[in-house]
Design a protein around this ligand. Structure first.
Ligand code: NAG
Ligand code: NAG
Ligand code: NAG
Ligand code: NAG
Ligand code: NAG
Ligand code: NAG
Ligand code: NAG
Ligand code: NAG
Ligand code: NAG
Ligand code: NAG
Ligand code: NAG
Length: 464
């Protein structure tokens, strides 16, 4: 990531200098920057970037999770798919982050529920390499079982299409989708899940951040459309039943990691497609349901419309930079826009989703980590997306106000580990000399508070 950013920076400086003359701008109605985003760059050999569906800085980030290099969920390392989950981080170098409450689609051999594979290690399946499609706001993949998945997102909800091929006699004919009370790094401390007769699965869990201290609580709300429901229930330890309809799991006296979750089975619809909508929240299950219902409403969820809306959001962000690509190697232009795209994954906009303190200020999370981001990504955003960076800085200051320190790294509502120590100071100073808020009087940075925060970093040393 840092190298890509450095190259990008050189390019940008060149292009900005070049484009002072308006004649050098490309007509963006005919030049579409989305054509040049390749989300699969950096998804192998430790790149750790997020390849799936997200809106700019979005909280919902949906992708297939693999059991290989999975710090960001998916990798093109050819390893098996373990599920489809709704929140991720991008570019992390620590433990796998988030990936809470994955869904997994399958047929149970002989339509016998206990022939299904519920455990992560048992259900995992290969995927067809050539089937992977990753474009802004969209991700699709075909599993070795012939089941296809495609997904798109809003800010706080993911929408999946699972397409089940005609079930072969002996493999089962009734699709089943399970939900697992786990995350990518099996950090769950305890969790609850319940399923009702409409097939709505709701739940919450306490998890650990991937590179920090403390724990956080995450909530979800999953609904299904497109097929008649056959059964609903709970699974534990690779056994499932239609009773009970809810369960609470904890680590118990010896910290044993009991795998458990819920499931819904269906009659296969004629077109084979079952939709799953998953709302996420850090506030409550009810908020997770509301996020899903308001962002993906209706009797028939509008997959294409939501995908288009995400694409429009990306087009607007990326069109800020235009290039004359005539005669330029397309692979260079692809590196260029893919790198800009990657500057808008994280920090993620969790405004309205912070349970830690009451505030009317924005809340951004996944500052992952400022000792890397201060050099290139955040200075770059002062130029191409100052209004969002302004919100991020207000969030940093609000975090200082409420926890006592500017973050050096922060993820999943938790304090991250410290490395550089006080690189947020540099972010504030850079924004200050660039007059970040002078262009917009409706969203002001409190520079007095900023000075206090920087002074605190300079003069006080925390024990840890
Ligand atoms: C784009 O670059 C090409 C090649 O240098 C040049 O011929 C053309 O005039 C440029 N177009 C614009 C709109 O500047
Ligand atoms: C950009 O291209 C579109 C489509 O060819 C054209 O209608 C529009 O006038 C062009 N805009 C500029 C500023 O040249
Ligand atoms: C994928 O999972 C299958 C079944 O568990 C296993 O046989 C295979 O080796 C796995 N492939 C990889 C690349 O891990
Ligand atoms: C397989 O198909 C036969 C004939 O259609 C049917 O009688 C039988 O019940 C099916 N078995 C399963 C396990 O679905
Ligand atoms: C958590 O992630 C670390 C680093 O990738 C890995 O060593 C560890 O085995 C993971 N733990 C689990 C339970 O997946
Ligand atoms: C869940 O785990 C967290 C972290 O270990 C703990 O603080 C909390 O009390 C647990 N909640 C329940 C209901 O057991
Ligand atoms: C999680 O869900 C359970 C069961 O609905 C509920 O009792 C509990 O209060 C919830 N925990 C949180 C932190 O919302
Ligand atoms: C474009 O760049 C790629 C990657 O560096 C290179 O493999 C390819 O040969 C280049 N194509 C041309 C026409 O120069
Ligand atoms: C961040 O999220 C809040 C709440 O959803 C929204 O009002 C705000 O416009 C978002 N900011 C950006 C830059 O999208
Ligand atoms: C910032 O604003 C001050 C006062 O209006 C002005 O003197 C300075 O040139 C501005 N700096 C930049 C980088 O625009
Ligand atoms: C000013 O900030 C508001 C709120 O963040 C935003 O909606 C608006 O687009 C911004 N205006 C400019 C000119 O950046």
């Amino acid at each position: 990531m840092p190298l890509i950013i450095r190259l990008l920076w050189l390019l940008i400086v060149g292009i900005l200098a070049h484009s002072c003359n308006a004649q050098n701008y490309i007509n963006t109605t005919v030049f579409d920057p989305l054509k040049y985003v390749n989300q699969l760059i950096g998804t192998d050999n430790g790149g750790n970037v997020f390849a799936g569906a997200t809106r700019p800085y979005g909280m919902a980030k949906a992708v297939a999770d693999v059991d290989g290099q999975n710090t960001a969920g998916f990798s093109t390392d050819g390893r098996n798919v373990t599920g489809f989950s709704h929140m991720h981080d991008s570019g992390t170098g620590g433990n796998p982050s988030l990936g809470n409450f994955p869904l997994f689609p399958q047929y149970c051999p002989g339509d016998e529920i206990n022939n299904c594979n519920f455990l992560k290690g048992a259900r995992k399946t290969s995927y067809v390499r050539s089937s992977v499609v990753a474009t802004p706001g969209y991700f699709a993949i075909e599993l070795g079982t012939g089941i296809k998945a495609e997904m798109t997102v809003t800010e706080h909800a993911a929408l999946y299409h699972f397409e089940f091929p005609v079930g072969a006699n002996g493999t089962g004919t009734n699709p089943l989708i399970s939900l697992d009370l786990t995350d990518l790094n099996a950090s769950r401390q305890n969790a609850s899940v319940s399923v009702d007769s409409d097939g709505r699965i709701k739940g919450n869990g306490t998890f650990l951040p991937s590179f920090g201290s403390g724990s956080f609580i995450s909530h979800f709300c999953a609904d299904f459309q497109g097929a008649n429901i056959k059964d609903t229930g709970i699974w534990v330890n690779n056994r499932a039943g239609t009773e009970p309809k809810s369960i609470f799991v904890t680590r118990g006296i010896n910290a044993f990691y009991l795998e458990a979750g819920s499931f819904v089975s269906f009659e296969r619809p004629a077109n084979g497609v079952i939709s799953a909508r998953v709302g996420v929240s850090f506030i409550s299950e009810e908020k997770a349901c509301r996020n899903a219902e308001t962002e993906i409403p209706g009797e028939k969820w509008d997959f294409d419309g939501i995908k288009k809306s995400a694409e429009e959001a990306w087009r607007e962000k990326l069109s800020v930079v235009s290039v004359n690509a005539t005669g330029v190697n397309e692979s260079l232009v692809t590196n260029f826009y893919s790198a800009i795209y990657r500057t808008m994954m994280s920090p993620q906009n969790y405004t309205g989703e912070n349970p830690l303190w009451q505030s009317s200020e924005p809340y951004y999370d996944s500052f992952y980590c400022i000792w890397d981001a201060f050099r290139s990504q955040l200075p770059f955003l002062t130029i191409v997306n100052p209004s969002t960076l302004t919100e991020m800085i207000r969030s940093l200051l609000d975090t200082y106000k409420n926890v006592g320190w500017l973050p050096d790294c922060r993820m999943s509502l938790c304090k991250g580990f410290t490395q550089g120590g006080s690189n947020a100071d540099v972010v504030l100073a850079d924004a200050f000399v660039k007059n970040l808020t002078s262009a917009n009087s409706t969203s002001k940075i409190d520079w007095r508070l900023a000075y206090q925060a920087v002074l605190n970093d300079a003069e006080n040393e925390p024990l840890d």
